[in-house]
Design a protein around this ligand. Sequence first.
Ligand code: AR6
Length: 176
Amino acid sequence: MKKILNQIHIIQSDITNAKVDCIVNAANERLIKGGGVDHAIHVAAGPSLPIALRKIGGCPTGEAVLTPGFNLQAKWIIHAVGPIWDEFENHMELKRLLSKTYESIFQIAQSRGFQSIAIPNISTGVYGFPKEEAAQIALVTTQQFLIQNQSKMKVIFYCYEDDNYSIYQKLLSNLM
Ligand code: AR6
């Protein structure tokens, strides 16, 4: 178990600078440039990114799509669409959808053989998902994926805000 947990890292930094095989974007269903981490990734990746996303066309909540990283150091970007907290009254459904979002990310990463991946705190910005619950879901889903697939992938959670970073630090130390 300890070996698995050593593959999960947290860092407080801008994800566009991550030196990994693939970074994850917190996108929307239309795959159109928005704010937050999506904005930062579009600026860093350059003008070829919206063209690639337009060709894909869209992505339902809970799912994810892959594009090249273009001008980023990371060769690939997985665009994942987390749930919007206010769109559902059923909290179980919201949690299931956020977990499914992380599963979709790992399915693509595994099928492509990525060895390292950087993930932001999906749905905890504009989409309003409570941060502690979101972090719990992110970490548990990651742990389950790594164990069930005997994966050696390095997973780095990029926390941007102080509170998200503290939450991840606390939860990760509890897991260990
Ligand atoms: N690096 C890492 N994390 C960041 C960065 C960065 N450069 N910038 C912001 N964050 P959000 P969501 C954090 O709102 O809630 C967009 O408009 C941020 O502090 O980016 O999934 C999309 O187009 C927060 O903790 O994504 C969608 O419409 C986290 O990234 C919508 O927002 C996620 O916040 C998606 O909303």
